[in-house]
Ligand binder design. Structure first.
Ligand code: GDP
Ligand code: MN
Length: 387
C-alpha cells in the first residue's frame, strides 16, 4: 500500500523525525488558511499524489506572497499532473500540502528497504539528494553508502555512524542525524514498511536536518496487523478495477495489453502471460484467482476482466487441483450469462473433474472456445490477437 507524503510525514512526526511545518488542503480556501496559520512566507505548495517526480512535472511550487498562495494553489489543485511515474495519462491532484519554505543548504538522500537477496534491511544514503536515485546508482554508484541490518540484531551504532560519515556530516549535524535514522528504522520495522524514502533530506542554512519529502510503502501482506494505517488508504489513487478486485481477494493487476487472462496460481499466471506474449499479443492483466477459488470468485474475476474496455479476447487457463474444473466451468457459465460478453473467450483446463467441466461448457450453449491444451490455447489466442 502506498500513502501520501503528508501522511508519511504524520508518521515521521509521531516518531520524532523532523519535518517542515505544514498542513494539507483540499481547496484553495484551505490552502490560504493553512499559509496564514503557518504565518511565514514563502510557502511551498506540493501536489499530493501517489507518484514521485512531482517537482519536475510542475506539482511543487514556491509562493512568495499571499496572492501567489491563491494562484499557485488554484493552478495545482485540479491539475492533471504528469510525471515519469504516472504514465502519460497523469493523475488528478485533489490535495496539496502547504509547507513553510526553507532555505536549503544541501540536499541528501536516505532510504530504508528490505533487501531480499541478503534478507536484511538495507539503509542507503547519498550526498546526491534531490536527484533520481536510480540515475545516481547507475552513473556514480560510489556516491551511495549502504549498510545492511540483520533484523534480529537491529541497527547498530557503528552503522548509523558509517552513514553519517558517508554523507560527510559535521559534528552538529551528526548529532541530529543519528537519532533520526534510529527513529526511521523503528518506524520501518514497526509498520512492516517495504520502503521508507526521503529525497531530499535537507540541511538548512540554519543547520537543521529535516525530511523535505517523505515516501512510505507498506507490505500489503502485513496490513492486517496495522489497522491504524488502513485509514490512510486513498482509493482515488488506485486503479478502479484493482480496487474492485481487492474486495473479492483477487490478485488482479491491470496492464496495458488486450488479452485478458484468468489463471489459478501465480506461477501459472506468469507462464500464461508469457504464452500470450509468445503468441504475439499483450496481456491486459495479471489475475490469480488462487488455488481454492470459489465459483463466485471466478465470476467476479471474469466480470472485472471484461469491464476493461481494452480487452479484445480472454484466455482462461486453469489447472484443476483444489479448484475443480467443474466448479470453474460453472463459475464461467454463470458469469457469461450475467455479463454481456462481446469478446471471444478461450478456455484451457486440465486436472480434477476436467471431463465434467468440459461437459458443462459444451452444454451451456454459450460461445466459449475450448482449447485442448496449452499450445492449442496459445494458437487460439494468437488468432484473436491477429483478428
Ligand atoms: P518530488 O519531485 O515528487 O520528489 O517532490 P519533492 O518533495 O522532493 O520536491 C521537489 C523539490 O522541490 C525538492 O528537491 C526541492 O528542491 C524543492 N523544494 C521543496 N520544498 C522546498 C522548500 O521548502 N524550499 C526550497 N527552496 N525548495 C523546496
Ligand atoms: Mn522527492
Amino acid at each position: 500500500m502506498k500513502i501520501h507524503e503528508y501522511q508519511a510525514k504524520e508518521l515521521f512526526q509521531k516518531y520524532g523525525v523532523p519535518i517542515p511545518r505544514g498542513k494539507v488542503a483540499l481547496t484553495v480556501e484551505e490552502a490560504k488558511a493553512a499559509a496564514e496559520e503557518l504565518g511565514t512566507l514563502p510557502v511551498v505548495i506540493k501536489a499530493q499524489i501517489h507518484a514521485g517526480g512531482r517537482g519536475k512535472g510542475g506539482g511543487v511550487k514556491l509562493a512568495q506572497t499571499a496572492d501567489e498562495v491563491t494562484s499557485v494553489a488554484d493552478s495545482i489543485l485540479g491539475m492533471t499532473l504528469v510525471t515519469h511515474q504516472t504514465g502519460p495519462e497523469g493523475r488528478l491532484v485533489r490535495k496539496v500540502l502547504v509547507e513553510e519554505g526553507l532555505e536549503i543548504e544541501k540536499e541528501l538522500y536516505l532510504s530504508l528497504l528490505p533487501d531480499r537477496a541478503t534478507a536484511t534491511i538495507v539503509l542507503m544514503a547519498s550526498e546526491a539528494g534531490g536527484m533520481d536515485i536510480e540515475e545516481v546508482a547507475a552513473a556514480t554508484p560510489e556516491k551511495i553508502v549502504k549498510v545492511h541490518v540483520n533484523p534480529l540484531l537491529g541497527l547498530q551504532p557503528f552503522m548509523t555512524r558509517k552513514l553519517a560519515y558517508g554523507l560527510r556530516l559535521e559534528a552538529d549535524l551528526v548529532k541530529q542525524f543519528i537519532p533520526m535514522v534510529n527513529a526511521l528504522y523503528r518506524l520501518c520495522m514497526d509498520y512492516d514498511a517495504s520502503l521508507v524514502e526521503i529525497n531530499p533530506l535537507v540541511i538548512t542554512k540554519d543547520r537543521r536536518i529535516l525530511a523535505l519529502d517523505a515516501k512510505i510503502n507498506f507490505d500489503d501482506n502485513a496490513l492486517f496487523r496495522h489497522k491504524d494505517i488502513l485509514g490512510y488508504r486513498d482509493l482515488d489513487e488506485e486503479d478502479p478495477l484493482e480496487v474492485e478486485a481487492s474486495k473479492y481477494n483477487l490478485n488482479y493487476i491491470k496492464m496495458d495489453g488486450n488479452i485478458g487472462n484468468m489463471v489459478n496460481g501465480a506461477g501459472l499466471a506468469m507462464a500464461t502471460m508469457d504464452i500470450i506474449k509468445l503468441a504475439g499479443a499483450e496481456p491486459a492483466n495479471f489475475l490469480d484467482v488462487g488455488g481454492g477459488a470459489s465459483a463466485e470468485m471466478v465470476e467476479n474475476g471474469f466480470r472485472i476482466i471484461l469491464s476493461d474496455p481494452n480487452v479484445k479476447g480472454v484466455l482462461i487457463n486453469i489447472f484443476g487441483g483444489i479448484l475443480r474444473c467443474d466448479v470453474l466451468a460453472q463459475g464461467v457459465v454463470e458469469a457469461t450469462k450475467k455479463v454481456n460478453v462481446k469478446v471471444p473467450v478461450v478456455i484451457r483446463m486440465e486436472g480434477t473433474n476436467v471431463e465434467q467441466g468440459r461437459e458443462i461448457l459444451y452444454k451451456s450453449g454459450l460461445n466459449l472456445i475450448v482449447a485442448k491444451d496449452l499450445s492449442d490455447a496459445a494458437e487460439k489466442v494468437a488468432a484473436i490477437a491477429k483478428a
